[in-house]
Design a protein. Structure first.
Length: 226
């Protein structure tokens, strides 16, 4: 969630903290698959009054939309925090896919929020969707991926990521890193790369995510903007 500016007033900080608590409560419910609960249950989880709820959101649907946007922004923060020295568009795409796949295990709450509204991974203006589209177009222009309709490519990419997440949650005995890299290689081949090139890209070293997930995704002090 976006940090509150240090220059904000006490009122602004309290308002942001209340909004953050509501969003966190909604994310918990999304992760549990319980979106049909009454607003009162949301406010009880957030420890705020129902009247306070309507100072921030017009409806429960609006709150859940904001909760998904916040989760997507957390994912965008993580990807944007990484070294951007990669110039190979296919390698850039593969790194983002491999890292996002690892987040299903490293940040399970965030993962479950995104899986609860999986279609928004592709269409939302935040998170991995716009980055994947950018990298696919660049790899197509470089001749690394086959030129094809971008929406069709995103169906393949998004569907693979969603199913990967479900498998990694449902089967904890699997080697998550190996599974993610193998699926990434399959996606690269489906997009037009040779298996040898796909496996080579997927064998490159990745940045460590443990510290980043702690700093960016699991910090309770992060608060949403008012």
């Amino acid at each position: 969630m976006a940090a509150v500016p240090a220059s904000s007033t006490r009122f602004d900080r309290r308002r942001a903290q209340t909004r953050s608590a509501l969003i966190k409560a909604a994310q918990d419910l999304l992760a549990e698959g319980r979106t049909g609960v009454p607003i009162q249950e949301v406010t009880e989880r957030a420890d705020v009054g129902i009247g306070t709820f309507y100072n921030h959101f017009d409806s429960k649907d609006q709150l859940f939309d904001a909760a998904v946007v916040d989760a997507l922004e957390q994912l965008a923060d993580l990807l944007d925090s990484l070294d951007s020295s990669l110039t190979d568009p296919a390698a850039h795409f593969a790194r983002s896919f491999r890292l996002t796949g690892r987040l299903h295990r490293l940040a399970p709450q965030l993962s479950r929020v995104l899986l609860a509204r999986g279609h928004e991974l592709s269409t939302a203006p935040q998170g991995i969707g716009p980055r994947a589209r950018r990298d696919i177009l660049a790899a197509q222009a470089a001749g690394q991926f086959e030129a094809r309709d971008l929406d069709r490519a995103m169906v393949l990419v998004t569907g693979s990521m969603i199913e990967l997440g479900r498998v990694l949650h449902d089967r904890p005995e699997l080697d998550g890193d190996a599974m993610t890299d193998e699926v990434t290689s399959d996606v690269l081949v489906a997009l037009g790369m040779t298996r040898a090139d796909a496996d080579r890209i997927c064998s490159t070293e990745l940045p460590r995510l443990d510290d980043l997930t702690t700093d960016l995704l699991d910090d309770p002090a992060r608060t949403a903007t008012p």
